[in-house]
Design a protein around this ligand. Structure first.
Ligand SMILES: [Zn+2]
Length: 262
């Protein structure tokens, strides 16, 4: 077959585009597995060891971005004690992950976040707004949920799929389709973001109850986040994620579900 412009070239381009998309889909679906701790089916491209290594490697940089550790051993110990209690009383203990809890100095950004594999952080800005130990357990429980739910690893796999589809559409469709492909990609990733947050809230409630904390205090955490919206917007807890009001409703449903033995 001679390669020319016009129809022949168009056809070849379409085939190559389709192959790229099929390959991305194949890779995504062949990595599908059931998370034994949440029961959720998900695509994961990383092993637990790789997740732990990735988290440990990024931890110093993440801490540095928030001014390093908060200089009070007493406060660090409290965060560590509450986090460890949540892990040891729940299914998190059975996972291969190594949990570490860090209180960061940042007095401005109201935030908490988890790296894959178990490195968990809360800023002093959020810590100082919390009214009791149960609320601290709520924040840390939510973050432990992200680790146990393997959300970062899942997002990496999702991005691989999204990139594959975008490349396929770009190659197959030529100019003009790039913007549409990027838009589709954004929608896919945003949907996963919302789902991750709701699953982490649900797991957080479960972990709080397992450890003997009052899960209703998670509602107080949502109030704090809602009040903090505005200039101190919270990247992890708010941006691409459900409104705190919606989250409150779902949290109340989770509490009822687990109280009834669900
Ligand atoms: Zn979250």
């Amino acid at each position: 077959m001679r390669l020319r412009g016009g129809r022949g070239g168009f056809k070849i381009r379409l085939i190559i585009g389709a192959v790229i998309i099929l390959f991305a889909l194949f890779k995504y679906y062949s990595n599908r597995e059931v998370n034994p701790y949440t029961g959720k089916k998900q695509s994961i491209g990383l092993s637990a060891e790789e997740e732990i290594a990735l988290g440990l490697k990024s931890a110093p940089q993440m801490a540095a971005q928030h001014g390093g550790l908060y200089p009070s051993q007493e406060a660090q110990d409290l965060v560590d004690r509450v986090g460890t209690k949540l892990v040891n009383s729940s299914v998190a203990k059975e996972t291969p992950y190594r949990f570490d809890f860090h209180l960061l100095r940042d007095p401005q950004t109201i935030n908490a976040f988890a790296l894959p594999g178990g490195q968990i952080f809360i800023t002093y800005a959020l810590y100082s707004k919390l009214e009791n130990e149960d609320q601290l357990a709520g924040v840390l429980g939510h973050e432990i949920g992200h680790v146990v739910g393997r959300h970062s690893a899942e997002r990496i796999a999702n991005q691989g799929l999204t990139q594959g589809i975008i490349s396929g559409v770009l190659v197959g469709g030529g100019e003009g389709t790039g913007q549409m492909a990027a838009m589709i990609g954004n929608v896919i990733n945003m949907k996963y973001g919302r789902g991750d947050e709701l699953e982490s809230d649900d797991l957080g409630v479960k972990f709080m109850m397992d450890a003997g904390y009052q899960p209703e205090e998670m509602i107080g955490v949502m109030e704090i986040l809602k009040a903090a919206a505005g200039p101190n917007r919270v990247p992890e807890f708010q941006s691409t994620h459900p409104d705190p009001e919606n989250r409150k409703e779902e949290i109340l449903k989770s509490i009822e579900k687990y109280r009834n033995g669900g």
